[in-house]
Design a protein around this ligand. Structure first.
Ligand SMILES: [Zn+2]
Ligand SMILES: [Zn+2]
Length: 268
């Protein structure tokens, strides 16, 4: 299994996960003009995708979904509540096949097995554990005010982790954002700060993780170097760590393993 962030910030979020012949997208917050070029940079086209998973209905996660579905009518997976909201917001010309996750069920999409869990955000939001045909597992958690304790056991054995490290609390003191936005982002239904991300990493006690990618970094209220060094303090020294770039595709996860690049903390 391997994955690649196409964009990761408060503006647009989208991550590709590939396993054998199965290729899925988690969220599609990309602008219309970016969808094909960004997929192309990852060596893909819309025709290569098999499905889209949606975490929640904020613009930075769903903006481009309608345009992507015009290129290829992909099945879209999420909870019944999120799919209902998505259908209202996207106004699809040709509605895609909307597939609702059953509660607690593992959903098979090709060779991938997807389990979802609830997060704490100001709209209904879910995270994922995605299992590959090779037995590897990836955790995906973004847009949440806190890390859900009931996921700890499942996260300890992950092979890959994509986790939000949204803002630096000290940088908010100089932020130009209105106070009500800052209060929301810092609150229990907002976003994980660098500090919260670090504490979550510490509590997970990841043992055999091959790569941790920090995502959804605020471009105004965070700095990749600060986010990475904060996470590194809470993570075992042998676990490779990087941050996803904001508005451009990053490298595929397997590049780190093949080149050994991730032996050093790294940002791209
Ligand atoms: Zn977001
Ligand atoms: Zn959100």
């Amino acid at each position: 299994m391997r994955f690649c962030s196409l964009s990761s910030c408060s503006y647009a979020n989208s991550v590709v996960v590939q396993d054998g012949n199965t290729c899925i997208l988690i969220d599609c917050g990309l602008r219309k003009r970016d969808i094909k070029p960004f997929l192309q940079q990852a060596g893909l086209s819309p025709g290569d995708l098999d499905a889209v998973l949606v975490t929640h209905c904020h613009t930075d996660h769903i903006y481009g979904l309608k345009f992507l579905c015009q290129e290829k009518n992909l099945p879209v997976y999420s909870t019944p509540g999120i799919l209902n909201e998505l259908n209202k917001l996207c106004r699809f010309n040709t509605p895609p096949a909307l597939t609702a996750f059953g509660s607690n069920a593992r959903e098979k999409i090709g060779s991938l097995a997807v389990t979802h869990f609830r997060l704490s955000h100001d709209v209904e939001t879910i995270g994922f554990i995605i299992g590959g045909g090779d037995g590897e597992q990836m955790g995906f958690i973004t847009d949440t005010g806190y890390f859900p304790e009931n996921c700890l056991d499942a996260f300890q054995s992950l092979d890959y982790l994509y986790i939000e490290s949204n803002h630096d609390i000290n940088m908010y003191q100089k932020s130009s954002k209105p106070w009500h936005v800052i209060r929301r982002n810092l609150g229990p239904t907002g976003h994980l700060s660098n500090e919260q991300c670090g504490l979550a990493l510490q509590s997970m006690e990841l043992k055999n993780c091959k790569l941790v990618v920090l995502g959804h970094l605020s471009e105004n209220d965070n700095d990749p170097a600060i986010a990475v060094s904060n996470a590194r303090r809470r993570l075992a020294a042998n676990i490779p760590l990087t941050s996803a770039p904001a508005r451009v595709p990053g490298p595929w996860s397997d590049r780190f393993r093949q080149s050994g690049e991730a032996a050093h903390d790294h940002r791209v």
